[in-house]
Ligand binder design. Structure first.
Ligand SMILES: [Zn+2]
Length: 252
C-alpha cells in the first residue's frame, strides 16, 4: 500500500535531523550513514506512528545510539515500535540542521500526525497529509477522522506553503491547488455517500458497491473504512444515524 516505498528526509547541519524513521531496512540505514558523511545523527522526527514511518525506530536507535527519537504520542500505537520516544507537542519549535522547524498537529490520516513547517522557505515536511496523484486513506477503525483531516488540510493551506515534501511520491510544488482539490474531493464524497443512503444503501458495504464500482477485492476493505470514516463525520454533523445495524438519514 505504500506504492514505490516512502521517503525520509535528511537535513544536514549543526543538528543533523532525519524526518521519519522508515522501516529499518538495512539499505536505508546504509544510505543514511553515507549521507551523513561522518556527522552524528542528532534526532529523528517522526510524522506519525504508521509502520512505514515509525517501525524503523529500534533499528535507527541501534545504529545511531546518540539520536533522539521524537513524535507526538499515540498511546495505543507507540508501544509497537519500542524506542525511547520523546514527545513533540503541537507548535513545538525544533532545531533541525542549521535552522528550525515548527511541529503542526495535523490529525485525520492518523491521530498523532505531524507536519513540520519551515517558515523561511515556506516548506512543509507533510508526511502522509498529501501525495501527488492520489487521495489520502482515512482509516476509520485505526484513528482516522475525516473532519479532522479536512481541518488539517485547511490549517496547512492557511500557512500558504510553497512546497510540500511528502513521505510518498514526488515533491509537491503547487500545494494550494492539491489541498483545495482534496477538500473538494471530500465534500463531493460526502454528498455521494448521503445520496447513496437516501437511495437505500443503509450499510457501508452497499455504499462502497455503488461508489467504487469495479474496485479490486484487495481494496474493498480500505474503501469501506473510508466510507465509514465519512459516515462517522456525517453522524457527528447530525445528517445520519447508525441504529446498530444500518445507517439512516436524519437531517436535511
Ligand atoms: Zn500513514
Amino acid at each position: 500500500m505504500t506504492g514505490a516505498g516512502n521517503w525520509t528526509w535528511l537535513i544536514p547541519g549543526r543538528v543533523p535531523t532525519l524526518i521519519d524513521a522508515g522501516s529499518g531496512d538495512p539499505r536505508h540505514l546504509e544510505a543514511i550513514e553515507s549521507a551523513l558523511s561522518g556527522a552524528r545523527l542528532a534526532q529523528v522526527l517522526v510524522t506519525h506512528g504508521h509502520v512505514d514511518h515509525a517501525s524503523g525506530a529500534p533499528a535507527l536507535a541501534a545504529r545511531f545510539p546518540h539520536a533522539r527519537l521524537l513524535k507526538m504520542p499515540w498511546s495505543e500505537r507507540d508501544a509497537r515500535w519500542p524506542a525511547n520516544w520523546e514527545p513533540i507537542a503541537d507548535g513545538a519549535r525544533l532545531d533541525a540542521g542549521d535552522t528550525a522547524l515548527v511541529a503542526v498537529h495535523t490529525p485525520g490520516h492518523a491521530p498523532d500526525h505531524l507536519c513540520f513547517w519551515h517558515e523561511e522557505t515556506r516548506s512543509v515536511f507533510c508526511g502522509d497529509l498529501a501525495q501527488m496523484g492520489t487521495t489520502i486513506f482515512i482509516p476509520a477503525d485505526r484513528g482516522g477522522d475525516v473532519a479532522a483531516y479536512i481541518a488539517s488540510l485547511e490549517r496547512i493551506l492557511a500557512l500558504d506553503p510553497a512546497r510540500l515534501f511528502p513521505a510518498h511520491g514526488p515533491i509537491i510544488d503547487e500545494p494550494a491547488s492539491l489541498i483545495r482539490h482534496y477538500i473538494a474531493h471530500r465534500q463531493e464524497r460526502e454528498a455521494q455517500i448521503l445520496d447513496a443512503i437516501r437511495r437505500g444503501d443503509t450499510r457501508a458495504e452497499a455504499v462502497v458497491a455503488r461508489l467504487y464500482r469495479g474496485l479490486p477485492d484487495a481494496l474493498i476493505v480500505r474503501a469501506r473504512d473510508t466510507v465509514t470514516a465519512h459516515l462517522r463525520k456525517l453522524e457527528r454533523d447530525g445528517h445520519v444515524h447508525h441504529d446498530g445495524e444500518a445507517w439512516h438519514i436524519i437531517g436535511p
